[in-house]
Design a protein around this ligand. Structure first.
Ligand SMILES: *Cc1c(COP(=O)(O)O)cnc(C)c1O
Length: 469
């Protein structure tokens, strides 16, 4: 072991070697010295713990290759593009919805140039940042007023804080949901200073349950869209229409947390998914205030959109919390562009990637899978067994839970690697490719990929397969 330690080159010698190369000279000197030091510490640790056991592992070409790989992973951006080959369209861990190109262009304009963010070009005086999207939101949803905040979690928080602080909020037991990332309705309620008044049973809640709970302490009736799970069997929920009627009779606002906002009437366009209400429908049913995410089904930027009756929206706008959760100009630019696409649902379906991917037809996905398979066959150097078989994609993002979307995937079998090994290796290729394992094969689902990405997948496969020893 002492010998092994002695074989390690000095940091100065290594640095000298590295700095002979332009690509390392362009990095900050102190940074690269730190990295080399960290790498050497790692090597000493590996000798100590018996990971490195033989002198050959410390010889020049092997050692140098290992150092370069270490420097590569630590100098490239940590936050990177990946290929989503999972078939999960709104993938919470892979950035949820991707933006349409117009929105991306608008973001670029907004951040490279000055803008009329809070400036009225009509009066030459101070304007409101919300003015850019409020009219569009009202036109699309039919609501009287609207505003946008950082995300839907903050939207729910500010709604409760404004309308129900210190009062009771009546919620069905079946709707006390937790979504990913520790957002739980009871916890958000506590944070807002409203008191949770649970009614009904887990599987069934009736009008009389709500009626029985309403008293002079009641601040609001809340409906939460159970967007990431489904109760099946002996089940009853009170409809939003019924709640709205009750709210009107007692002069209490009715709030809905829709989770995944949706403007697109899927059944009307021939997509018979499980029922998922549209925001337009919720507004028509008489909700006082409804909130939803901008980057789930809507396919826009991360944001929390609130629309509803003017009397309530005006109060929310004046809440000082609003400043703490306001959206920035890049979000605003992306959101306005995305909303404009929804003025014509056909255009939205073509141009909003989230909608396009969800509505992709399985015969088209079969053709795409075939193109991908052929491309891999032609371009990837290693021997691979490729197949195409029917599978299911998912909407994700807590929308349409349990809704299967029929697709065709390319299954890959490498004679050298297990499917899990291949999956792991593709995490460190450039770009990384995230797929899934099905039928003991590593699978690529074309639903969430576009054609130019097929070439990137081939490159990544080459990288993943060539590193095998
Ligand atoms: C996703 C979701 C939220 C949180 O929205 P974010 O935009 O992630 O903050 C809140 N409520 C429900 C029901 C959701 O599905």
């Amino acid at each position: 072991m002492a010998n092994l330690y002695r074989m390690l080159p000095s940091v100065d010698a290594l640095l000298g070697d590295l700095l002979a190369e332009a690509r390392y000279r362009s990095l900050p000197r102190a940074f690269i010295r730190d990295l080399v030091n960290d790498f050497m510490a790692l090597c000493r640790e590996e000798i100590k713990s018996g990971v490195i056991t033989h002198e050959t592992e410390l010889e020049q070409p092997i050692f140098r290759k290992k150092l370069e790989a270490y420097l590569k992973t630590h100098t490239r951006p940590h936050f990177r593009r990946v290929i989503n080959a999972t078939g999960v369209v709104i993938h919470t861990n892979l950035g949820r919805s991707i933006l349409n190109t117009r929105a991306a262009e608008a973001v670029q304009q907004a951040c490279l140039h000055y803008s009329n963010l809070e400036f009225s070009l009509d009066t030459g005086k101070r304007g409101s940042r919300y003015s850019h999207v409020e009219d569009l939101l009202c036109r699309i949803t039919g609501a009287e007023a609207g505003l946008v905040v950082n995300n839907n979690a903050s939207a729910v928080l500010i709604i409760l804080d404004t309308l129900a602080k210190g009062k009771e909020v009546v919620v069905s037991r079946g709707q006390l949901v937790e979504i990913g990332g520790s957002f739980r309705i009871p916890d958000v309620m506590a944070k807002s200073g409203a008191y949770l008044r649970e009614v009904g049973a887990t599987n069934r809640t009736h009008v009389r349950d709500y009626e029985g709970a309403i008293n002079e302490q009641t601040g609001a009736l809340l409906k939460v869209h159970t967007s990431n799970y489904r109760i099946i069997g002996f089940h009853k929920e009170v409809s939003l229409g019924e709640l709205a009627g009750m709210g009107a009779r007692h002069n209490i606002p009715v709030i809905e947390d829709m989770g995944s906002g949706n403007f697109f009437d899927f059944p009307a366009h021939g997509y018979h998914f499980m029922p998922e209400p549209t925001v337009q429908q919720v507004v028509r049913d008489g909700v006082s205030v409804v909130s939803f995410s901008g980057d789930k089904l809507l396919g826009g930027p991360q944001s929390g959109i609130i629309v509803g009756k003017k009397q309530y929206i005006d109060r929310i706008k004046k809440n000082p919390l609003n400043r703490a959760i306001r959206i920035d100009k890049m979000t605003l630019a992306a959101l306005e562009s995305t909303l404009r696409l929804y003025l014509d649902p056909e255009v939205a379906m073509r141009e909003v990637p989230t909608l396009r991917m969800i509505t992709a037809k399985s015969q088209d996905l079969k053709k795409a899978a075939l193109r991908l398979k052929n491309k891999i066959q032609k371009n990837v150097r290693s021997e691979l067994e490729l197949s195409i078989f029917p599978a299911q994609s998912r909407v994700g993002g807590g929308a349409f839970p349990e809704q299967d979307l029929p697709t065709f995937v390319v299954g890959i079998n490498s004679p050298e690697l297990t499917c899990q090994e291949l999956k792991d290796r593709l995490l460190s290729t450039d770009p990384p490719v995230i797929g899934r394992i099905e039928n003991d094969l590593f699978c690529l689902d074309p639903r969430t990929m576009d054609n130019p990405e097929f070439a990137l997948v081939c490159r990544a496969l080459d990288q993943a397969l060539e590193t095998q020893s």
